[in-house]
Design a protein around this ligand. Structure first.
Ligand code: EPU
Length: 338
């Protein structure tokens, strides 16, 4: 275990923010993780996974632990299903490709989501009508207080929309080490009802898609709308889509008949924050090197040298304008690290 000093985190966060970690260590085993947590001389410790869901707003006067635990294995199998266990440091999309190569169904709609496997349950990552919780079996995490590995069932994780136990009561108390997913070997349940997927499959002339074809369609849609972090720094959706109760939504819809929405239940409706932001005129706008993506207003981008503070300032300006114009509060989906 080698502790480095003054390490630029530019390559470790998908926003490409050039913040400096005073101390930095790559963690390859659970034992190394325990050892690093025991280091008394570095009282401030920050956990870094794939860096895909964070905005670093300044240099970090702390020891940054970069979780690099690797490995993907089948841990249970019968004629119909498998349980696949992936270590937290595995790149999420590589894991999806691994499962597709083996012919296992379940993760295809979650193709090309940036980040590492260990972050997936924290956010309950989701796209195109599927969330991680749909095939989640269990996960393991190191409890910081006891240094013991604790196992969490789906119920323990309290999954919600981009939300889980680990973002709330569990925050700062556990470090995810592995995630297990239950996947299908045959008779896969395909989720192609989400508008964009159906249209993309139709465009490709595919009527009875395979899991690979669904994955390819998702990849094509994501590539057409969402910027590749390798080319343009970003963290996916910056804000969550706000949820309105039925009465507020109906009143809002009366005033804005064109508003797109997802009905969650008879009592609540999700309004796309991307639409609200676009209506406020931010789509495609640029303030120095901080900007709002031209094809998806929910995505904030770093054109090169924006600081985390500049991105945060833009985010706050957007929140204020959306609130002034629509009286709706939008909140960040990404973790703001300062
Ligand atoms: N829209 C606009 N203008 C925009 C962007 C969107 O009017 O600039 C409208 C679209 O026309 C559409 C609606 O908003 O009617 C929804 O847009 P989209 O399908 O692109 O999805 P989203 O609600 O903006 C969510 C997730 C994405 C996920 C997509 C697809 C959140 C916060 N974001 O975005 O997740 O890929 O659905 O399932 O829930 C992420 O979390 O980082 C992420 C990219």
């Amino acid at each position: 275990m080698k502790i480095q000093q003054q390490v630029s985190l530019k390559g470790y966060n998908t926003f490409g923010i050039d913040a400096i970690a005073r101390y930095f260590v790559a963690i390859h085993t659970v034992e190394e993780l325990r050892e690093a947590l025991r280091l008394q001389e570095y009282p401030e410790k920050i956990i870094l996974g794939g860096g895909s869901n964070m905005l670093i707003t300044g240099d970090l006067d702390a020891l940054v632990l970069h979780i690099n635990l690797k490995g993907i294995h089948v841990t249970q199998e019968d004629a119909d299903e498998v349980v696949v266990r992936a270590m937290a440091g595995e790149n999420w999309h590589n894991l999806v490709l691994w499962t597709l190569e083996k012919g296992y169904g379940g993760l295809e709609n979650l193709s090309l989501i940036p980040g590492n496997t260990g972050t997936a349950p924290i956010q309950n990552i989701g796209a195109y009508g599927v969330e991680l919780k749909d095939c989640f079996e269990s996960c393991e995490a190191l409890e910081v207080a006891s240094s013991q590995i604790v196992s969490f069932s789906k119920e323990d994780c309290l999954f919600g929309y981009r939300d889980s136990f680990f973002k709330n009561e569990g925050k700062g108390r556990y470090i995810l080490t592995s995630v297990s997913m239950r996947l299908t070997k045959r008779d896969h349940t395909l989720h192609t009802a989400y508008g964009d997927i159906g249209a993309e499959l139709l465009r490709q002339g595919i009527q009875e898609p395979t899991i690979h074809e669904v994955s390819n369609a998702v990849v094509a849609i994501r590539k057409s709308k969402l910027p590749d972090p390798e080319e343009l720094g970003n963290s996916g959706s910056f804000f969550k889509n706000p949820v309105l109760n039925a009465a507020d939504f109906k009143a809002f819809q009366k005033e804005h008949p064109g508003v797109p929405f997802y009905k969650i239940s008879d009592h609540s409706y999700k309004v796309p924050a991307g639409w609200l932001i676009e209506q406020c005129g931010f789509k495609g706008r640029r303030f120095g090197d901080a900007g709002v993506h031209a094809k998806q207003a929910l995505v904030l981008v770093n054109y090169g040298t924006a600081t985390g503070g500049e991105i945060l300032q833009l985010a706050q300006m957007i929140q204020e304008e959306v609130h002034r114009r629509f009286h709706i509060a939008i909140t960040p989906e990404v973790n703001i690290i300062s």
